[in-house]
Design a protein around this ligand. Structure first.
Ligand code: ARG
Length: 506
């Protein structure tokens, strides 16, 4: 009991040293802005501000050596005077006091608390992570769109329930995944507007009696305004959960892409082949090329969803106001970010090193009865047959074709007569066209995946013309979003550059 130093194991248990490595830079920037604000409102003298800012910029310059990545620099093992610092905020303050002296450095923490400070740091970090993630998303989407323009005529079957459904194009599949990514971009950009609010100056929970200027620090740090309510500003991590959820959704999209490619790379499908550098050989079976990168992507998507669940579990159990539980949201957030970026890069290299077996895709599309729906639609369009009847007729043809082991397209007039007879369609009261073997034969023999895709005109369909339109529209979207992202990043960069200049000028 006599020894007041906490048990080092407990200190390690409480410390956020490791996860704080990610926010060192932001913590220093936040302190610089805070000190400039204290100077502006007269809460510190020019001399004190100069001493503190001098110390902060030295700490910023030397941060890599001051905070060894292992996280052990200030968690009690080799931190010298700061051995008992529980986190980066305390440690940086102690370094400032050491350098500027207590009479000056001791003034830095007026009108703020670690509670608003840590919320600030996390927001700045997540803000940068969102921008980086959005950049990677656009790269991945763009490579899918470019890939799609090379495969606007690559015919393949489209599946539902993993059963062959309609003729399609490989570009359509690529564009589907590009669109999902573009929505992920939008989702993250939506989160950005809620992340990019400054909690600084909220104090521990209820604000301060000192005359501060919250809007000024927000502006110095490139925020789009303040998070007003101090209780909300310090206690909420909804923005973190939102970010993690958006990344998790993105990863579930990538995971679905991965699943398709895993299936297509099997020798049974052989739609695609993965280059050696993105597949792993089996240690035992030399014929195998395992799609490990894609399998890891699927697994990491599940992990990210788990981290998001953990964040929600932490925040949902908390009374209002800051609780130390919130500290544990940080490592989860960093893991989510890492998972998201690595998955985006992995998927890009898979697509870059994937050989598409066009011949095989087309042969499968032609061999199957993907045109069944097209037969029905021709009857609707050209012969005014009600769709339900047309569907019944097409079904008779498919069933009979299966029985005689032919594809619908290869049926002779006699085969079609046989199908109608078997189905009783010849005697039933049907619109004549639906039971006229000559008309039906004209339709079935003229249809194939290619004509089917030429006829497919609905907006967003696999049709050839739609692919061309969608590809150019998506290219324009990527350019527009890239410009928006650059603007967003410029806002932050310029704020930091001007902050640096102002700190120097004091
Ligand atoms: N290390 C803490 C965290 O990461 C910083 C805030 C600590 N505040 C407190 N009242 N103990 O959340």
């Amino acid at each position: 009991m006599g020894d007041s130093r906490p048990d080092p194991r407990i200190l390690g248990y409480l410390s956020s040293a490791r996860e704080d490595a990610e926010i060192i830079r932001y913590d220093i920037l936040g302190s610089q802005a805070h000190v400039l604000m204290l100077l502006k409102t007269g809460l510190v003298s020019k001399t004190s501000a100069r001493r503190i800012l001098g110390a902060l910029s030295e700490i910023m310059r030397r941060r890599r050596s001051l905070f060894a990545r292992s996280g052990s620099t200030y968690d009690g093992k080799n931190a010298g005077g700061a051995a008992s610092a529980e986190d980066i905020h305390e440690f940086i303050e102690s370094l400032v006091v050491e350098r500027a002296g207590a009479a000056h450095g001791g003034r830095m923490h007026a009108a703020r608390s670690r509670n608003d400070q840590v919320a600030l740091d996390i927001r700045m970090k997540v803000r940068d992570n969102i921008n980086a993630m959005c950049g990677h998303i656009l790269d991945a989407a763009e490579s899918m769109i470019l890939f799609a323009s090379n495969h606007r005529r690559t015919v393949m079957p489209l599946y539902t329930h993993l059963q062959q459904a309609q003729a399609g194009l490989f570009s359509h599949w690529l564009l589907a995944h590009a669109d999902a990514l573009l929505r992920d971009y939008e989702r993250l950009s939506g989160a950005y507007t809620r992340v990019n609010k400054s909690p600084l100056g909220a104090g521990p929970v209820g604000g301060t009696s000192l005359p501060i200027d919250r809007a000024y620090t927000a502006e110095l740090l490139g925020f789009d305004g303040i998070l007003e309510n101090s209780l909300d500003a310090t206690g909420t991590r909804d923005f973190a959960a939102e970010y993690a959820a958006a990344v998790s959704i993105m990863m579930s999209n990538l995971s679905r892409l991965a699943e398709d490619v895993v299936v297509w790379s099997t020798s049974e499908f052989s739609f695609v082949e993965l280059e050696d550098d993105i597949s792993s050989p089996s240690s035992a079976m030399p014929q195998k090329k395992n799609p490990d990168v894609l399998e890891i992507t699927r697994a990491r998507a599940a992990e990210a969803a788990g981290y998001t669940g953990a964040i929600l579990g932490i925040v949902g159990g908390l009374a209002s106001g800051y609780g130390r539980d919130l500290q544990r949201t940080k490592p989860l957030l960093w893991m989510v970010s890492d998972a998201g970026v690595s998955a985006l890069l992995a998927v890009q290299s898979v697509l870059g090193g994937m050989r598409v077996n066009k011949v095989r895709m087309r042969r499968v599309a032609e061999a199957s009865d993907l045109v069944a729906l097209d037969v029905a639609e021709r009857l609707v369009l050209e012969c005014d047959v009600p769709f339900r009847t047309a569907h019944g007729t097409a079904a008779l043809l498919v069933q009979h074709a299966r029985a005689i082991r032919k594809s619908v397209r290869k049926m002779t007039m006699g085969d079609i007569r046989g199908a109608l007879r078997k189905g009783g369609a010849a005697d039933a009261k049907q619109p004549p066209a639906a039971s006229d073997p000559k008309i039906l034969h004209a339709i079935t023999s003229s249809l194939g995946p290619v004509s089917s895709l030429r006829n497919r005109v609905s907006r967003g369909s696999s049709g050839y013309a739609e692919q061309r339109r969608m590809i150019s529209a998506r290219k324009r979207t990527v350019t527009r979003l890239r410009n928006a992202l650059e603007e967003r990043k410029k806002g932050v960069d310029e704020a930091f550059a001007s902050l640096k200049k102002q700190a120097k000028r004091v």
